[in-house]
Write a protein that binds this ligand. Structure first.
Ligand code: KIV
Length: 279
């Protein structure tokens, strides 16, 4: 069954947890979709985990469209959310709407996500008015890494928690269909979840959210540069890949690969081959 924004609204109402994973390519998106994940986020985290930048700031609209298209081709049922990269929505409301439109029209996204609370309320309102569902994103917003002075937990003081709650309400009032809560104390995320009628999707925000999202390279131990405290490794695919690569190198070097099983021509006539050798 296809997941839509109506589906995730109903899931919040019925208390069914929403599952979201990041995806950046066709094959992985297809695997996740077949496994039954509800939403696929083409996160601008691709700058770090796919492209090797040290933060998400270098990611462009072209990068996002390219990867969103691939994910959309692999997603039969999951709701595909395309992330709006740094500087694609901050400069003006008009640019925000145009770029959100590109993610939908050129990338095939069903919805877009952008970072920030009250400061992006006009953008959320205008994109929503253009009939594009918007996911908000508050707490640790990686595009503000330089303003925050690093990737740090947010909302730990009472004042900061108040600001987060106010931002969550602004995002909802502006028309967002859901909001990602990143790296905030679990009790604050639970309060926000209780206060909002739209679903909250947590990442490092505890069990009280309506759903969870993880970067797949983190939960499969494929990205070792940096592992936040909130990441649980569900399978060590990094180790499985290392073993596979090493076996391939060994067998190729020893001549064990490719065997007859992986080649054509074992049944070719020897006399015909001999004639070919004479040419
Ligand atoms: O870009 C991303 O992957 C994200 C998630 C961390 C929520 O925004």
């Amino acid at each position: 069954m296809k997941t839509t924004v109506a589906t995730i609204r109903e899931m919040k109402a019925s208390g069914e947890k929403i599952t979201m994973l990041t995806a950046y390519d066709y094959s992985t998106a297809k695997l996740m979709d077949e496994t039954g994940v509800d939403c696929l986020l083409v996160g601008d985290s691709l700058g770090m985990v796919m492209l090797g930048y040290e933060d998400t700031l270098s990611v462009t609209m072209e990068d996002m469209i390219h990867h969103t298209k691939a994910v959309r081709r692999g997603a039969k049922d999951a709701l595909v959310v395309g992330d709006m990269p740094f500087m694609s929505y901050q400069v003006s409301v008009q640019e925000a709407v145009r770029n959100a439109g590109r993610l939908v029209q050129e990338g095939g996204a069903h919805a877009v996500k952008l970072e920030g609370g009250a400061v992006v309320r006009e953008q959320i309102r205008a994109i929503t008015d253009a009939s594009i569902p918007v996911f908000g994103h508050i707490g640790l917003t990686p595009q503000s890494v330089n303003a925050f002075g690093g990737f740090k937990v947010r909302g730990q003081s009472v004042g900061a928690a108040r600001q987060l709650i106010a931002d969550a309400k602004e995002v909802e009032a502006a028309g967002a269909v859901a909001v990602v809560l990143e790296a905030i104390p679990a009790p604050i995320a639970r309060i926000i979840t209780e206060k909002l009628s739209i679903p909250t999707i947590g990442i490092g925000a505890g069990a009280g959210c309506d759903g969870q999202v993880l970067v797949y390279q983190d939960m499969l131990a494929l990205y070792g540069d940096f592992r936040p405290k909130f990441v649980k490794v569900f399978a060590d695919a990094g180790e499985a890949m290392r073993r596979g690569f090493a076996a391939y190198i060994d067998e190729t070097r020893s001549g064990a690969f490719p065997s007859v099983e992986h080649s054509w021509g074992a049944d070719m006539d020897e006399s015909e081959l001999a004639a070919l050798r004479e040419l």
